[in-house]
Design a protein around this ligand. Structure first.
Ligand code: GDP
Length: 169
């Protein structure tokens, strides 16, 4: 299967977004950050693999756990490189890009994997917070952003279109 991968801080709303796309609650939504510790995959239209990797940046995670997260992700990307069409980097619209998000973007550029940035939970962010997040993303060279709210079902079409584009294009 061709794959698109979803990455982001713990609690960024990754599971909710995947559920919105699939149209069914396939991914586990949790209030507690850092619950998912393994890679999960869900099929879209029976042909596109949506890959949910564990979130990063959860404060209570030990150094050893961070290292094992890194190993898991790096080996996944190495092994699946041929199948991965795009990585969607999810960023909380209220929080904006964190240092870890920027590192992730830099790393994806470095290993030459296409990526797209998705802002999540826009229902929670004020116009000012949203503008700030967009501005901070521009500073790191990200000009195209998909704006979503799983709560309001916002951005589903755009995200879906974007996935089909990277898979078929
Ligand atoms: P994950 O850890 O990145 O997979 O994030 P989850 O999808 O499990 O969501 C983490 C928390 O954020 C849960 O309490 C969700 O209900 C909440 N959440 C997720 N998406 C949205 C959204 O679009 N709007 C709001 N207001 N809350 C959201």
């Amino acid at each position: 299967f061709k794959e698109v991968v979803f990455v982001g801080r713990s609690n960024v709303g990754k599971s909710s977004l995947i559920n919105m796309l699939v149209g069914e609650p396939v991914a586990r939504v949790s209030k507690e950050p850092g619950r998912t510790r393994s890679i999960n995959a869900f099929l879209l239209e029976g042909r596109i693999k949506l890959v949910d990797v564990p979130g990063y940046g959860f404060a209570k995670v030990s150094k050893a756990e961070r290292e094992s997260w890194k190993r898991l992700i790096e080996s996944y990307f190495r092994e699946r490189r041929q199948n991965i069409r795009c990585v969607f980097v999810l960023i909380d619209s209220k929080v904006g890009p964190t240092d870890l998000d920027k590192l992730m973007i830099e790393w994806l550029r470095h290993i030459n994997i296409p990526y797209k940035v998705v802002l999540t939970k826009t229902d929670k962010a004020s116009q000012k917070e949203l503008s700030k997040s967009l501005e901070l993303l521009k500073v790191v060279g990200v000009n195209e952003v998909i704006i979503t709210s799983a709560k309001e079902g916002k951005g589903k079409k755009e995200l879906y279109r974007s996935i089909l584009e990277v898979v078929e294009g």
